[in-house]
Ligand binder design. Structure first.
Ligand SMILES: [Zn+2]
Ligand SMILES: [Zn+2]
Length: 274
């Protein structure tokens, strides 16, 4: 009860602070692979920021960034929530996520049931209070969006099948609105398959997305680009999951892709509001 009260007060204070800076844009900061931090004033979220497997080609978070996050040092202070797209090791590994949540006791984590189960399988006892801050949704591609509000965030999520026909993996497309102002969407490892998005057309149309983060294989792909342009219709789209070798060569990769990409950890993009 005390924690909820404190959290509510902090949320109210942060909304006041943000009201004073109403027109300030939100910022997306690239961590690595599909890891992103989105911050709007004191409202901050992480996507796919805790994982340990590079599969030999994707960047991992640097030790410096990992340590700063763990300690809650600026700009990684005051994270409200972690969103996980799916359970693959280049997006999620239980140990660093659990360690982070123990170090930052107000942070909540939202993922699939598979993510929740992976945390349990990592040796968390069923009565560990940590589990109260972790939510795993059992959502299938045909299911309607799940929506909820928490800590200045409005969240809607649908399951979009993983690229390559990996139908056994629950892959989520999180849409999160920060402080009712800035809406971002992270697509995880979604495949560029039109019907997988078309069945959720009303969900995508229901709210303006200011910045979308699709995997980079949506660019230069006819159907992928049609999905971005005709269904998601975000103000801007920045591709993620670009191989680590693109670092320091981002302009060439962006030109080749014909779209914006995050290639170098630490890169940022300004995001407009409504
Ligand atoms: Zn994957
Ligand atoms: Zn991946």
């Amino acid at each position: 009860m005390m924690r909820f009260l404190t959290t509510s007060l902090l949320a109210a204070l942060s909304m006041l602070t943000n009201a004073a800076a109403h027109d300030s844009a939100a910022t997306a900061t690239y961590l690595s692979n599909e890891g992103i931090m989105v911050a709007r004033g004191n409202t901050k979220i992480l996507f796919d920021a805790f994982y340990a497997n590079s599969y030999g080609q994707y960047a991992l978070l640097s030790d410096e960034v990992s340590a700063a996050m763990m300690e809650g040092k600026a700009p990684y202070d005051g994270i409200d929530a972690i969103f996980v797209s799916h359970v693959h090791g280049d997006h999620f590994t239980p140990a660093p996520a659990i360690a982070y949540m123990r170090a930052q006791p107000d942070v909540r984590l939202y993922g699939s049931k598979q993510v929740y189960d992976a945390i349990l399988d990592a040796g968390i006892a069923g009565d560990d209070p940590l589990l109260a801050r972790i939510k795993g949704y059992d959502l299938s591609p045909e299911d309607e969006a799940i929506s909820f509000k928490v800590d200045g965030l409005t969240v809607d999520v649908v399951a979009i099948p993983h690229a390559g026909g990996m139908s056994d993996i629950q892959n989520f497309a999180w849409r999160v609105t920060l402080d009712g102002e800035t809406t971002v969407m992270h697509l995880g490892d979604a495949g560029p398959v039109r019907e997988d998005f078309e069945r959720h057309e009303s969900h995508f149309a229901a709210k303006k997305t200011h910045a979308a983060f699709p995997p980079y294989w949506f660019f230069g792909h006819d159907v992928g680009e049609a999905i971005l342009n005709d269904i998601i219709k975000a103000d801007m789209a920045t591709g993620i999951h670009v191989p680590a070798r693109a670092a320091r060569n981002g302009n060439a990769w962006r030109a080749e892709a014909g779209g914006d990409l995050f290639t170098d950890p630490g890169e940022t993009r300004e995001i407009g509001g409504h």
